[in-house]
Write a protein that binds this ligand. Structure first.
Ligand code: NAD
Ligand code: IPM
Ligand code: MN
Length: 352
Protein backbone atom coordinates (compact mmCIF):
# COMPACT_ATOMS: atom_id res chain seq x y z
CA UNK A 1 0.00 0.00 0.00
CA UNK A 2 1.11 3.55 -0.73
CA UNK A 3 2.39 5.53 2.27
CA UNK A 4 1.97 9.32 2.32
CA UNK A 5 4.00 11.23 4.90
CA UNK A 6 1.89 14.09 6.18
CA UNK A 7 3.10 16.91 8.43
CA UNK A 8 0.24 18.25 10.56
CA UNK A 9 0.51 21.73 12.06
CA UNK A 10 -2.65 22.43 14.10
CA UNK A 11 -1.43 25.90 15.15
CA UNK A 12 -3.23 28.41 17.34
CA UNK A 13 -6.75 29.46 18.26
CA UNK A 14 -9.35 27.55 16.24
CA UNK A 15 -6.53 25.81 14.29
CA UNK A 16 -6.47 22.67 16.49
CA UNK A 17 -10.28 22.55 16.56
CA UNK A 18 -10.70 22.57 12.78
CA UNK A 19 -7.70 20.31 12.17
CA UNK A 20 -9.14 17.64 14.48
CA UNK A 21 -12.17 17.47 12.15
CA UNK A 22 -10.06 17.65 8.99
CA UNK A 23 -7.97 14.70 10.19
CA UNK A 24 -11.08 12.63 10.90
CA UNK A 25 -12.29 13.32 7.38
CA UNK A 26 -8.89 12.50 5.90
CA UNK A 27 -8.78 9.20 7.78
CA UNK A 28 -12.31 8.32 6.65
CA UNK A 29 -11.50 9.19 3.03
CA UNK A 30 -8.30 7.14 3.10
CA UNK A 31 -9.92 4.08 4.72
CA UNK A 32 -10.10 1.24 2.23
CA UNK A 33 -8.25 3.21 -0.47
CA UNK A 34 -4.95 1.40 -0.02
CA UNK A 35 -3.27 4.64 1.06
CA UNK A 36 -1.82 5.01 4.51
CA UNK A 37 -1.19 8.50 5.90
CA UNK A 38 1.81 8.49 8.20
CA UNK A 39 1.35 11.67 10.23
CA UNK A 40 3.80 13.71 12.25
CA UNK A 41 2.64 16.64 14.33
CA UNK A 42 4.48 19.91 14.65
CA UNK A 43 3.84 22.34 17.47
CA UNK A 44 4.31 25.71 15.78
CA UNK A 45 2.69 29.10 16.08
CA UNK A 46 2.10 31.84 18.61
CA UNK A 47 1.72 29.36 21.48
CA UNK A 48 5.14 27.84 20.84
CA UNK A 49 6.71 31.27 20.34
CA UNK A 50 5.38 32.63 23.61
CA UNK A 51 6.61 29.49 25.43
CA UNK A 52 10.06 29.13 23.88
CA UNK A 53 10.82 32.12 21.66
CA UNK A 54 11.06 29.83 18.62
CA UNK A 55 9.16 30.50 15.39
CA UNK A 56 10.39 27.98 12.83
CA UNK A 57 13.80 26.51 13.59
CA UNK A 58 16.17 25.04 11.01
CA UNK A 59 15.41 21.62 12.50
CA UNK A 60 11.66 22.16 12.16
CA UNK A 61 12.10 23.16 8.54
CA UNK A 62 14.29 20.17 7.65
CA UNK A 63 11.88 17.79 9.37
CA UNK A 64 8.88 19.28 7.55
CA UNK A 65 10.67 19.07 4.19
CA UNK A 66 10.90 15.29 4.61
CA UNK A 67 7.12 14.98 4.16
CA UNK A 68 4.93 14.58 1.09
CA UNK A 69 2.44 17.27 2.12
CA UNK A 70 1.49 19.57 4.98
CA UNK A 71 -1.88 20.20 6.61
CA UNK A 72 -2.05 23.47 8.56
CA UNK A 73 -4.83 24.86 10.76
CA UNK A 74 -4.02 28.49 11.37
CA UNK A 75 -1.41 30.39 13.32
CA UNK A 76 -1.26 33.76 15.01
CA UNK A 77 -2.40 35.49 18.13
CA UNK A 78 -4.86 38.24 18.87
CA UNK A 79 -4.27 41.01 16.30
CA UNK A 80 -2.33 43.76 18.05
CA UNK A 81 -0.94 41.60 20.89
CA UNK A 82 2.24 43.56 21.81
CA UNK A 83 4.18 40.33 22.48
CA UNK A 84 3.75 39.41 18.81
CA UNK A 85 4.17 42.86 17.34
CA UNK A 86 6.97 42.04 14.93
CA UNK A 87 4.80 39.63 12.97
CA UNK A 88 6.97 36.88 14.49
CA UNK A 89 4.48 34.22 13.58
CA UNK A 90 3.16 35.50 10.26
CA UNK A 91 6.60 36.31 8.87
CA UNK A 92 8.82 34.00 10.93
CA UNK A 93 6.73 30.89 10.56
CA UNK A 94 3.91 30.98 8.00
CA UNK A 95 5.57 33.06 5.27
CA UNK A 96 8.90 31.38 5.98
CA UNK A 97 7.31 28.03 5.17
CA UNK A 98 5.70 29.39 1.99
CA UNK A 99 8.97 30.96 0.84
CA UNK A 100 11.36 28.16 1.83
CA UNK A 101 9.11 25.52 0.29
CA UNK A 102 8.69 27.67 -2.83
CA UNK A 103 4.90 27.72 -2.70
CA UNK A 104 4.63 30.02 -5.66
CA UNK A 105 1.00 29.16 -6.35
CA UNK A 106 -1.50 30.00 -3.65
CA UNK A 107 -4.60 28.32 -5.00
CA UNK A 108 -7.86 29.64 -3.58
CA UNK A 109 -11.06 28.28 -5.15
CA UNK A 110 -14.37 30.01 -4.51
CA UNK A 111 -17.64 28.28 -5.18
CA UNK A 112 -21.15 29.04 -4.01
CA UNK A 113 -22.51 25.57 -3.26
CA UNK A 114 -26.22 24.83 -3.72
CA UNK A 115 -28.25 25.67 -0.64
CA UNK A 116 -25.60 27.85 0.95
CA UNK A 117 -26.96 31.21 2.08
CA UNK A 118 -24.64 33.99 0.96
CA UNK A 119 -24.88 37.72 1.51
CA UNK A 120 -25.70 38.56 -2.13
CA UNK A 121 -29.32 38.97 -3.22
CA UNK A 122 -28.63 37.71 -6.75
CA UNK A 123 -25.34 35.82 -6.62
CA UNK A 124 -25.65 33.88 -9.88
CA UNK A 125 -23.29 30.93 -10.41
CA UNK A 126 -20.13 31.63 -8.47
CA UNK A 127 -17.27 29.31 -9.36
CA UNK A 128 -13.84 30.81 -9.76
CA UNK A 129 -10.28 30.22 -8.60
CA UNK A 130 -7.86 32.87 -7.45
CA UNK A 131 -4.29 31.99 -8.38
CA UNK A 132 -2.43 34.16 -5.92
CA UNK A 133 1.32 34.52 -6.32
CA UNK A 134 2.90 33.15 -3.13
CA UNK A 135 6.58 34.04 -2.95
CA UNK A 136 6.99 37.64 -4.07
CA UNK A 137 5.22 41.00 -4.08
CA UNK A 138 5.10 43.22 -1.01
CA UNK A 139 5.37 40.11 1.18
CA UNK A 140 9.09 39.46 0.74
CA UNK A 141 10.23 41.76 3.54
CA UNK A 142 12.14 44.08 1.23
CA UNK A 143 11.74 47.14 3.37
CA UNK A 144 12.86 49.08 6.34
CA UNK A 145 12.39 52.17 8.37
CA UNK A 146 14.77 54.97 9.23
CA UNK A 147 14.33 57.66 11.88
CA UNK A 148 11.91 55.13 13.35
CA UNK A 149 9.48 56.51 15.87
CA UNK A 150 10.27 60.14 15.05
CA UNK A 151 8.16 62.66 13.15
CA UNK A 152 10.67 62.16 10.30
CA UNK A 153 10.28 58.42 10.02
CA UNK A 154 10.54 56.96 6.51
CA UNK A 155 9.06 53.47 6.12
CA UNK A 156 9.33 51.46 2.91
CA UNK A 157 7.96 48.06 1.95
CA UNK A 158 8.98 47.43 -1.63
CA UNK A 159 7.05 45.00 -3.80
CA UNK A 160 9.34 42.55 -5.57
CA UNK A 161 8.16 41.19 -8.93
CA UNK A 162 10.63 39.11 -10.94
CA UNK A 163 10.04 38.00 -14.51
CA UNK A 164 10.83 34.44 -13.39
CA UNK A 165 8.38 34.60 -10.50
CA UNK A 166 5.55 36.26 -12.39
CA UNK A 167 5.88 34.13 -15.51
CA UNK A 168 5.72 30.81 -13.64
CA UNK A 169 2.53 31.67 -11.77
CA UNK A 170 0.94 33.16 -14.90
CA UNK A 171 1.72 29.92 -16.77
CA UNK A 172 0.08 27.90 -14.00
CA UNK A 173 -3.02 30.12 -14.18
CA UNK A 174 -3.32 29.70 -17.96
CA UNK A 175 -2.96 25.92 -17.67
CA UNK A 176 -5.72 25.93 -15.05
CA UNK A 177 -7.95 28.11 -17.26
CA UNK A 178 -7.46 25.59 -20.10
CA UNK A 179 -8.96 22.90 -17.85
CA UNK A 180 -11.86 25.14 -16.76
CA UNK A 181 -14.04 27.67 -18.61
CA UNK A 182 -11.05 29.13 -20.46
CA UNK A 183 -11.26 32.61 -19.06
CA UNK A 184 -8.40 34.34 -17.29
CA UNK A 185 -8.56 37.71 -15.57
CA UNK A 186 -5.46 39.56 -14.47
CA UNK A 187 -6.18 41.71 -11.43
CA UNK A 188 -3.67 44.43 -10.62
CA UNK A 189 -3.40 48.20 -10.34
CA UNK A 190 -1.57 49.06 -13.55
CA UNK A 191 -3.01 52.57 -13.61
CA UNK A 192 -0.88 53.47 -10.59
CA UNK A 193 1.71 50.73 -9.99
CA UNK A 194 3.26 51.09 -13.43
CA UNK A 195 6.38 48.98 -12.87
CA UNK A 196 4.88 46.08 -10.95
CA UNK A 197 1.70 46.25 -13.01
CA UNK A 198 3.71 46.53 -16.21
CA UNK A 199 5.61 43.28 -15.75
CA UNK A 200 2.40 41.39 -14.88
CA UNK A 201 0.57 42.79 -17.93
CA UNK A 202 3.48 42.05 -20.26
CA UNK A 203 3.89 38.46 -19.12
CA UNK A 204 0.16 37.75 -19.24
CA UNK A 205 0.05 39.13 -22.78
CA UNK A 206 3.08 37.05 -23.80
CA UNK A 207 1.85 33.76 -22.31
CA UNK A 208 -1.63 34.44 -23.76
CA UNK A 209 -0.16 34.02 -27.27
CA UNK A 210 0.40 30.34 -26.41
CA UNK A 211 -3.23 29.96 -25.29
CA UNK A 212 -5.41 31.27 -28.11
CA UNK A 213 -8.46 29.46 -26.67
CA UNK A 214 -8.29 31.34 -23.38
CA UNK A 215 -10.14 34.64 -23.20
CA UNK A 216 -8.04 37.13 -21.29
CA UNK A 217 -9.16 40.28 -19.60
CA UNK A 218 -7.79 42.76 -17.14
CA UNK A 219 -9.51 44.40 -14.16
CA UNK A 220 -8.08 46.94 -11.71
CA UNK A 221 -8.13 45.58 -8.17
CA UNK A 222 -10.52 48.22 -6.85
CA UNK A 223 -13.03 47.46 -9.60
CA UNK A 224 -12.50 43.73 -8.96
CA UNK A 225 -13.97 44.22 -5.48
CA UNK A 226 -17.07 45.71 -7.11
CA UNK A 227 -17.52 42.82 -9.55
CA UNK A 228 -16.92 40.21 -6.83
CA UNK A 229 -20.07 41.57 -5.21
CA UNK A 230 -22.17 42.66 -8.20
CA UNK A 231 -21.25 40.05 -10.83
CA UNK A 232 -18.97 37.32 -9.45
CA UNK A 233 -19.96 34.85 -12.16
CA UNK A 234 -17.86 36.90 -14.62
CA UNK A 235 -14.75 35.30 -13.11
CA UNK A 236 -13.22 31.91 -13.91
CA UNK A 237 -9.48 32.11 -13.14
CA UNK A 238 -8.10 35.25 -11.52
CA UNK A 239 -4.33 35.64 -11.46
CA UNK A 240 -2.92 38.30 -9.16
CA UNK A 241 -0.09 39.28 -6.88
CA UNK A 242 0.43 38.18 -3.30
CA UNK A 243 -1.21 41.12 -1.50
CA UNK A 244 -4.13 41.69 -3.86
CA UNK A 245 -4.79 37.96 -3.76
CA UNK A 246 -4.84 37.94 0.03
CA UNK A 247 -7.45 40.69 0.18
CA UNK A 248 -9.60 39.41 -2.69
CA UNK A 249 -9.83 35.91 -1.25
CA UNK A 250 -11.24 37.02 2.11
CA UNK A 251 -13.90 38.90 0.12
CA UNK A 252 -14.41 35.87 -2.12
CA UNK A 253 -14.94 33.75 1.00
CA UNK A 254 -17.50 36.17 2.33
CA UNK A 255 -19.56 36.19 -0.90
CA UNK A 256 -19.59 32.39 -1.11
CA UNK A 257 -21.10 31.71 2.29
CA UNK A 258 -18.43 32.77 4.72
CA UNK A 259 -14.76 32.48 5.52
CA UNK A 260 -15.50 29.22 7.34
CA UNK A 261 -15.90 27.54 3.94
CA UNK A 262 -12.84 28.91 2.09
CA UNK A 263 -10.04 26.41 1.40
CA UNK A 264 -6.58 26.91 0.00
CA UNK A 265 -3.43 25.20 -1.15
CA UNK A 266 0.07 26.60 -1.12
CA UNK A 267 1.46 24.67 -4.03
CA UNK A 268 4.94 23.91 -5.25
CA UNK A 269 3.90 22.60 -8.67
CA UNK A 270 7.37 21.26 -9.46
CA UNK A 271 7.10 18.85 -6.54
CA UNK A 272 10.54 19.79 -5.24
CA UNK A 273 9.00 20.60 -1.85
CA UNK A 274 5.86 19.51 0.00
CA UNK A 275 2.78 21.62 -0.71
CA UNK A 276 0.78 22.96 2.23
CA UNK A 277 -3.01 22.98 2.59
CA UNK A 278 -4.85 25.28 4.96
CA UNK A 279 -8.08 27.22 5.33
CA UNK A 280 -7.99 30.82 4.09
CA UNK A 281 -9.02 32.03 7.53
CA UNK A 282 -6.82 32.70 10.54
CA UNK A 283 -6.76 31.54 14.14
CA UNK A 284 -9.94 33.51 15.01
CA UNK A 285 -9.03 34.25 18.64
CA UNK A 286 -12.50 35.77 19.09
CA UNK A 287 -14.17 32.36 18.88
CA UNK A 288 -11.29 30.02 19.82
CA UNK A 289 -11.90 27.20 22.27
CA UNK A 290 -15.68 27.49 22.01
CA UNK A 291 -16.45 24.89 19.33
CA UNK A 292 -17.92 27.70 17.21
CA UNK A 293 -15.54 27.47 14.25
CA UNK A 294 -16.78 25.97 11.02
CA UNK A 295 -14.30 23.20 10.10
CA UNK A 296 -15.52 23.06 6.49
CA UNK A 297 -12.69 25.24 5.13
CA UNK A 298 -10.14 22.90 6.69
CA UNK A 299 -12.04 19.86 5.38
CA UNK A 300 -12.20 21.27 1.84
CA UNK A 301 -8.46 21.93 2.15
CA UNK A 302 -8.09 18.18 2.75
CA UNK A 303 -9.87 17.67 -0.56
CA UNK A 304 -7.36 19.96 -2.28
CA UNK A 305 -4.55 18.00 -0.58
CA UNK A 306 -5.91 14.67 -1.82
CA UNK A 307 -6.30 16.07 -5.33
CA UNK A 308 -2.71 17.35 -5.27
CA UNK A 309 -1.48 13.88 -4.26
CA UNK A 310 -3.22 12.41 -7.30
CA UNK A 311 -6.04 10.91 -5.23
CA UNK A 312 -8.85 12.38 -7.34
CA UNK A 313 -11.51 9.86 -6.27
CA UNK A 314 -10.86 10.45 -2.58
CA UNK A 315 -10.82 14.23 -3.12
CA UNK A 316 -14.13 14.04 -4.94
CA UNK A 317 -15.69 11.96 -2.16
CA UNK A 318 -14.73 14.57 0.43
CA UNK A 319 -16.13 17.42 -1.66
CA UNK A 320 -19.35 15.51 -2.27
CA UNK A 321 -19.78 14.81 1.45
CA UNK A 322 -19.27 18.52 2.16
CA UNK A 323 -21.73 19.49 -0.58
CA UNK A 324 -24.34 17.18 0.89
CA UNK A 325 -23.77 18.57 4.36
CA UNK A 326 -24.01 22.15 3.08
CA UNK A 327 -27.24 21.42 1.22
CA UNK A 328 -28.72 19.87 4.37
CA UNK A 329 -27.78 22.79 6.62
CA UNK A 330 -30.61 24.93 5.42
CA UNK A 331 -30.57 28.61 6.10
CA UNK A 332 -29.55 28.47 9.75
CA UNK A 333 -28.77 24.88 10.79
CA UNK A 334 -25.02 25.41 10.52
CA UNK A 335 -24.97 28.03 13.23
CA UNK A 336 -26.43 25.68 15.81
CA UNK A 337 -23.88 22.87 15.41
CA UNK A 338 -20.51 22.60 17.10
CA UNK A 339 -17.24 22.25 15.21
CA UNK A 340 -17.15 18.56 16.12
CA UNK A 341 -20.76 17.95 15.10
CA UNK A 342 -20.11 19.36 11.63
CA UNK A 343 -17.00 17.19 11.27
CA UNK A 344 -18.87 14.10 12.47
CA UNK A 345 -21.73 14.75 10.04
CA UNK A 346 -19.34 14.97 7.10
CA UNK A 347 -17.51 11.81 8.20
CA UNK A 348 -20.86 10.00 8.48
CA UNK A 349 -21.71 10.96 4.89
CA UNK A 350 -18.33 9.69 3.72
CA UNK A 351 -18.94 6.36 5.42
CA UNK A 352 -22.55 6.03 4.23
P1 NAD B 1 -9.45 35.47 11.10
O1 NAD B 1 -9.64 34.84 9.76
O2 NAD B 1 -8.79 34.63 12.12
O3 NAD B 1 -10.87 35.94 11.64
C1 NAD B 1 -11.68 36.89 10.94
C2 NAD B 1 -13.14 36.68 11.33
O4 NAD B 1 -13.62 35.45 10.73
C3 NAD B 1 -13.37 36.55 12.82
O5 NAD B 1 -14.58 37.16 13.15
C4 NAD B 1 -13.48 35.05 13.04
O6 NAD B 1 -14.26 34.68 14.15
C5 NAD B 1 -14.14 34.59 11.73
N1 NAD B 1 -13.75 33.22 11.38
C6 NAD B 1 -12.53 32.82 10.94
N2 NAD B 1 -12.52 31.51 10.71
C7 NAD B 1 -13.75 31.03 11.00
C8 NAD B 1 -14.36 29.75 10.96
N3 NAD B 1 -13.69 28.64 10.56
N4 NAD B 1 -15.66 29.64 11.33
C9 NAD B 1 -16.35 30.72 11.70
N5 NAD B 1 -15.83 31.97 11.76
C10 NAD B 1 -14.54 32.13 11.41
O7 NAD B 1 -8.63 36.82 10.86
P2 NAD B 1 -7.96 37.85 11.91
O8 NAD B 1 -8.87 38.03 13.09
O9 NAD B 1 -7.56 39.00 11.11
O10 NAD B 1 -6.64 37.14 12.37
C11 NAD B 1 -6.47 36.38 13.57
C12 NAD B 1 -5.04 35.84 13.60
O11 NAD B 1 -4.87 34.84 12.58
C13 NAD B 1 -3.96 36.90 13.34
O12 NAD B 1 -2.86 36.61 14.19
C14 NAD B 1 -3.60 36.68 11.90
O13 NAD B 1 -2.29 37.12 11.57
C15 NAD B 1 -3.73 35.18 11.77
N6 NAD B 1 -3.99 34.65 10.43
C16 NAD B 1 -3.40 33.47 10.13
C17 NAD B 1 -3.67 32.83 8.93
C18 NAD B 1 -3.04 31.52 8.65
O14 NAD B 1 -2.53 30.86 9.55
N7 NAD B 1 -3.01 31.07 7.43
C19 NAD B 1 -4.57 33.41 8.04
C20 NAD B 1 -5.19 34.63 8.38
C21 NAD B 1 -4.89 35.24 9.59
C1 IPM C 1 -3.59 34.29 4.63
C2 IPM C 1 -3.12 35.16 5.78
C3 IPM C 1 -1.61 35.37 5.67
C4 IPM C 1 -1.34 36.09 4.35
C5 IPM C 1 -0.95 36.14 6.83
C6 IPM C 1 -1.34 35.58 8.17
C7 IPM C 1 0.54 36.15 6.69
O1 IPM C 1 -3.81 36.36 5.81
O2 IPM C 1 -3.11 33.15 4.52
O3 IPM C 1 -4.46 34.74 3.88
O4 IPM C 1 -1.42 37.33 4.31
O5 IPM C 1 -1.04 35.42 3.38
MN1 MN D 1 -5.46 36.43 4.40
Amino acid sequence: SRVVKLAVIPGDGIGPEVIAEAEKVLDAAAAGSGIRFEKSRFSLGAGRFLDTGDTLTADDLEAIKAHDAILLGAVGGVPGDPRLKNANIERGMLLKLRFELDHYVNLRPSKLYPGVPGPLAAPGDIDFVVVREGTEGPYVGNGGSIRTGTPHEVANETSVNTAFGVERVVRYAFDLAERRRKKLTLVHKTNVLVHAGGIWKRLVDEVALEHPDVTVDYVHVDAATIYLVTNPSRFDVIVTDNLFGDILTDLAGAVTGGIGLAASGNINPDGAFPSMFEPVHGSAPDIAGQQKADPTAAILSVSLLLDHLGLQDEARRVTTAVEEDLAARGSDAGATRTTTQIGDAIVARLQA
